[in-house]
Design a protein. Structure first.
Length: 136
């Protein structure tokens, strides 16, 4: 398994099976061109089998932190350390870019995700509730 940062719309389109919905080229281009947006892909045998995306957020009194936006690994490749490697790759980038930390929201009861994040060095502080707004 190897990981590398995605830099083209073609790479994201080829990894479309890993996302929740079809990759839309205009969204992919915008993501890749927006400073502070990052996406790493994991490959097995030349095929994309996982991804992690992150977004740098900056606040006037805190500085910059990395928000781990999404992690996905194709079903047949789960429990092989791919998710953990991708999270570690994003964390290394966050450190390199001067982020003071990284965080992710996890659905209640998603023990598999929690295991991946803990295995990559994350700690569950037990204090988070996610509140969402849906537009359109």
């Amino acid at each position: 398994m190897r990981t590398r940062r995605a830099t083209t719309v073609g790479e994201l389109t080829a990894a479309g099976h890993l996302f929740d919905g079809p990759v839309r080229p205009e969204y992919a281009r915008r993501f890749l061109e927006t400073p502070g947006h990052h996406l790493y892909l994991a490959y097995e045998g030349g095929e994309p089998v996982g991804f992690v995306s992150g977004v740098e957020t900056v606040h006037p009194d805190k500085g910059t932190e990395m928000f781990l936006y999404e992690l996905g690994v194709a079903e047949p490749f789960r429990r092989r350390g791919i998710g953990r490697a991708l999270v570690r790759e994003l964390a290394a980038l966050a450190r390199e870019r001067g982020c003071y930390g990284m965080w992710v929201g996890v659905d209640t009861g998603n023990d598999a995700a929690l295991a991946v994040y803990r295995g990559a060095g994350g700690e569950d502080d037990g204090t988070c509730t996610v509140v969402t707004w849906t537009f359109g």
